[in-house]
Ligand binder design. Structure first.
Ligand code: ZN
Length: 411
């Protein structure tokens, strides 16, 4: 069973080069499990349903009006390079693409990789069409060591604007012509185009106990959450999945965690369950949100960067993330709740806290807690190379995460 399950994650990663594709992949998976697409919240809510918009999807499995909510959240976006609206450059015998850097990209990791391009096209009627070209189309060539003699002493210095411009041919090219061909849409009004490493996701290591891929942060969590929701059995609690876009740039957008999609679905479910406003608020107060976003595993070459008592190991289970300054939402009550779930199902669980002089990132957990007034627990699969074009985690930890999420939905 675990082997087929982990190949499901590898397929998911290969099919999902952009947040739009993550949503499409989630939709395909939910459709086969009997979930029904809802286009308007004014319609009757099906027992199993989902609402999707751009890079965000909210899905649910309705429980009874007396039950509480069990929400699992993750994010669909990953740091990457995105083609600008007027990208064509032709100079010194090469065609290049003007790009914008999205989120906290580890710039060096994008050098000398074969890059594909994927995204969506908006036609003149406003309809959206996804496309993906996982071929070696572009590359950012690194400067030869002979022309950069100081690199050994001073390290690699990359100018974010000048040095990250990919090459994509030696003849003069027009990007919009390529977009028309690859998408099959002739009246392209505008496009989104994201670069991605075309190397497929793969198991790694002499014992194949590791997993390497782009976008593990945070598609490993998206995949785990969809698997848990699909396989959940009926419960008095209502299970909700939310995969938000734009976490890597602060979550402030209509499809981000600070936007309204989750709160609208939660309100709509309360109406369907016949709850008055006060009862709805009481339900939120007795509910839980599990916010899943990958954590930093301890790096064997840089152990000093970690708080030694709270440094998660690869393949030792998901890590609960704790931060009193509320970069993570987990309280002592939340830690106790998730520990008791893990213990009763024999799921390994670790704890992550950062060093006081190495501030941690944040997640959608504190934002969701603030928006809904619901208690959130931040948790993540431990990984290395976070925000690299190709990241790495343990092959067992995503399976532990599915087990933990499944148990969380049933508790
Ligand atoms: Zn993340």
């Amino acid at each position: 069973m675990p082997e087929t399950l982990i190949s499901g994650l590898l397929n998911w990663l290969n099919q999902s080069p952009t947040p739009f594709h993550v949503v499409q992949t989630a939709v395909t998976s939910l459709d086969t499990a009997g979930f029904v697409h809802v286009s308007e919240l004014g319609d009757e809510m099906p027992a199993l349903g989902y609402l999707a918009h751009d890079g965000c999807i909210v899905a649910w499995r309705l429980g009874s009006p007396k039950g509480a909510l069990r929400i699992i959240g993750a994010h669909t976006d990953s740091p990457n390079l995105r083609v600008l609206p007027q990208p064509d450059i032709y100079q010194l015998g090469l065609s290049q693409l003007a790009i914008e850097i999205y989120g906290g990209v580890l710039l060096n990791s994008w050098l000398d990789r074969d890059l594909g391009i994927a995204g969506r096209v908006i036609d003149s009627n406003g309809a959206s069409h996804l496309y993906s070209a996982p071929q070696a189309l572009a590359r950012i060539p690194q400067l030869a060591i002979h022309l950069d003699r100081e690199i050994g002493d001073k390290g690699l210095h990359l100018d974010r604007h000048q040095h990250m411009t990919p090459v994509w041919g030696s003849s003069k090219q027009t990007f919009i012509d390529w977009i028309r061909r690859v998408s099959g849409v002739t009246d392209v009004a505008a496009f989104d185009a994201h670069l991605f490493d075309i190397t497929p996701a793969s198991l790694l290591g002499i014992d194949e106990s590791l997993l390497a891929s782009g976008r593990l942060d945070n598609q490993a969590s998206c995949w785990s959450a969809v698997e848990a929701l699909r396989s959940a059995s009926d419960s008095e609690h209502t299970s909700i999945l939310v995969l938000n876009d734009h976490e890597e740039v602060g979550s402030n957008s209509s499809t981000g965690a600070a936007g309204p999609m989750l709160s609208r679905v939660v309100s709509r479910i309360a109406t369907q369950h016949g709850l008055r406003e006060g009862q709805h608020f009481d339900r939120l107060a007795s509910s839980w949100c599990l916010s899943a976003d990958n954590a930093h595993a301890i790096h064997p070459n840089y152990p000093e960067r970690h708080e030694p008592r709270h440094a998660p190991l690869i393949n030792n289970g998901p890590a609960v993330k704790v931060n009193g300054n509320q970069r993570y939402a987990t309280s002592a009550r939340g830690l106790a709740h998730i520990r008791s779930i893990a213990q009763s199902h024999n799921i390994p669980l670790q704890t992550f806290a950062s060093r006081n002089n190495v501030p941690c990132g944040s997640t959608i957990g504190p934002i969701t807690a603030t928006q809904l007034g619901i208690e959130a627990i931040d948790i993540g699969i431990p990984q290395l190379s976070m925000h690299s074009a190709r990241e790495m985690c343990g092959a067992n930890d995503p399976l532990h995460m599915v087990s933990l999420m499944s148990a969380f939905l049933q508790r």
